[in-house]
Design a protein around this ligand. Structure first.
Ligand SMILES: C[S@@+](CC[C@H](N)C(=O)[O-])C[C@H]1O[C@@H](n2cnc3c(N)ncnc32)[C@H](O)[C@@H]1O
Length: 248
């Protein structure tokens, strides 16, 4: 029987050395950025739950401005630091190993808050309320959240996500949550399912072949494969929606 911390350590290990620790896509992110309202010339930016830096590195490159990048996992912060150095972006990346639920304005006040695939650790509602004070007046937040795309998803998908993420909402529910948490919703964008496979699940499958198999890693792999099978069957019903929000 493994403890929660052993399980999380194995999950982190499975995600090591990957460009992303969750579904996302650089071209898709650039498209969102190119449609954002004008930000100050050198915007103050944060990437929360940054993992090894897929978002933070892209943001630093795009804006040539400092990005505060927060993640609780030391291994991902180390990977981000090494990647930033390799790309000559280390002067723009401020990595912080810490808890994104426990940030206050001493960490900074931001014109752009970015978070991909991470807010579910806090719950969308709670995360929005915790992060709203970190934004400047009219500051922008771009946050991806696992969302139902339809009102009546198939029963097996409901049963799976009721267990894995019971707080998962429809896009309409999440828009409502954002409106009640001090934001105006500017736009929403669904990450194409192809991005899940090419940028996330396939690199994870490669890693599954490489890691040492122990009872804990076997159970992490089984659960990840179950998630993949669910997505294979029901990606029309749910996925990541990027919510572009403005502080009001
Ligand atoms: C699905 S991954 C996404 C990582 C990255 N944003 C990406 O898209 O590649 C979620 C990340 O949130 C981090 N995380 C989970 N709980 C956290 C917390 N309380 N504070 C900071 N980071 C956290 C995990 O370590 C992990 O790197």
């Amino acid at each position: 029987m493994s403890t929660d911390s052993e399980y999380i350590a194995a999950l982190i290990d499975l995600h090591r050395g990957r460009d992303r620790q969750g579904p996302g896509d650089s071209d898709f992110s650039c498209h969102i950025l190119s449609n954002l309202a004008t930000l100050p010339l050198k915007p103050r930016i944060a990437d929360l739950g940054c993992g090894s830096g897929a978002g933070a590195l892209l943001l630093a490159q795009h804006y040539q401005s400092t990005v505060v990048a927060v993640d609780s996992a030391a291994v991902f912060i180390d990977e981000l630091t090494a990647r930033a150095k390799q790309l000559g972006l280390d002067r723009l990346i401020m990595p912080i190993q810490g808890d994104m639920a426990n940030l206050d304005r001493s960490v900074g006040v931001f014109d752009l808050l970015w978070s991909e695939g991470a807010i579910y650790h806090l719950g969308f509602d709670r995360g929005l309320k915790l992060w709203r004070p970190l934004l400047t007046d009219s500051g922008i937040a771009v946050i991806s959240e696992l969302s139902w795309f339809i009102d009546r998803p198939p029963d097996p998908a409901i049963a799976y996500w009721q267990n894995a993420y019971p707080m998962m909402g429809t896009e309409a529910e999440n828009i409502d949550r954002a409106n009640r948490s001090g934001f105006r919703v500017l736009s929403t964008h669904r990450l194409p399912s192809q991005a899940w496979w090419v940028n996330y699940y396939e690199p994870l499958r490669e890693r599954m072949q490489q890691i040492e198999i122990t009872p804990i890693t076997r159970s992490v792999i089984h659960e990840t494969e179950a998630e993949m099978r669910m997505f294979e069957r029901f990606s029309d019903s749910y996925g990541y929606t990027f919510y572009v929000l403005q502080a009001v």
